[in-house]
Design a protein around this ligand. Structure first.
Ligand SMILES: [Zn+2]
Length: 300
């Protein structure tokens, strides 16, 4: 047994499961900004609450302290029992809070912790078996049978004891681009967006593509226009489930914007003061839009 069992960050689906006292602090506007990341976590013995152990887990470091992110089954195994009584799938005094809300609505330190922990929980859930031979994987950190030494940057790495394959946490790069034309920006309504929310065009980078090629392709596919002067601005980890959002600006070059009718059902050019409903504060899309409105983006 590990003498130094780390505290546990619990996730189920898109939610972070936090102790009720932490939820109370988050609801207290006077104290919510000072809550420490560790207060969202649990003593290691919380795992005894769950019958289906071992649960997928992944260790990570945050500000010099080790934590373990654990992914609970989305359909709790307790509910699959035939017993008429349905025991709570959560430990006593637990509350479920959307990880997005935790990541975006409180302090940036808390947000960073939740994004890292959520990413590890998600990776743990999908990295249980070797993609090459199907054997069960183990946490690769500190294993003597791995020829290449791993360092602290290899948190989450998985090792296959049967065939030696090493797996690093998966991230799916996605580009998001603020396309501008004469003081206006292109905002689009994706068919998956709630209500009338409009946002910047975005899409996953395809295998073999550069980031710039992905932007040109996405904008061409979704809006039917060509862009130029592509500039990288900033990025955001977005582990829902495993994206790394890479934010760019681009200048309209040619063509008349029109929605593709599949992913995008409406789009238009909007100037500051004319915007429709926008993405939530804290998202990279909103950050780019707000910086544009404030004249703070380096548009070439
Ligand atoms: Zn294998």
């Amino acid at each position: 047994m590990n003498m130094l069992s780390p505290r546990i960050a619990l996730f189920r689906g898109q939610d972070c499961i936090v102790p009720a006292h932490a939820a109370a602090l988050l609801n207290d506007s006077g104290r919510s900004l000072s809550i420490e990341p560790g207060e969202l976590t649990w003593e290691p013995d919380v795992l005894a609450s769950f019958p289906s152990s071992p649960l997928p887990s992944s260790r990570f470091a945050f500000d010099g302290q080790t934590f373990e992110a654990v992914a609970l089954p989305e359909i709790p195994s307790a509910l699959q029992n035939a017993a008429s009584a349905s025991p709570s799938p959560l430990p006593p005094a637990a509350e479920s809070i959307p990880a997005r809300q935790l990541a975006l609505s409180f302090s940036s330190r808390l947000g960073r912790f939740v994004l890292i922990a959520k990413a590890h929980a998600g990776w743990a859930r999908v990295s249980r078996f070797c993609g090459a031979c199907g054997s069960a994987l183990v946490d690769a950190n500190g294993r003597a049978d791995i020829s290449e030494p791993l360092d602290e940057h290899a948190h989450g790495a998985r090792f296959c004891p049967a065939c030696g394959q090493l797996f690093f946490p998966r991230m799916s790069p996605a580009v998001i681009v603020l396309v501008h034309r004469g003081g206006k920006i292109l905002l689009a309504h994706n068919v998956r967006f709630p209500g009338a929310r409009h946002s910047l065009l975005a899409g996953f980078v395809e295998i073999g593509e550069t980031l710039e090629e992905a932007i040109v392709r996405e904008v061409r596919e979704e809006a039917g226009i060509e862009v130029r002067s592509i500039r990288y601005v900033r990025s955001q980890s977005w582990p829902f489930p495993d994206s790394l959002m890479l934010g760019f600006t681009a200048e309209w070059a040619s063509g008349e914007a029109r929605p593709d009718g599949k992913e995008i059902d409406h789009l238009d050019w909007y100037g500051p003061g004319e915007y429709p409903e926008l993405p939530m504060q804290g998202s990279i899309a909103r950050w780019l839009i707000d910086r544009f409105s404030a004249g703070e983006l380096p548009l070439s």
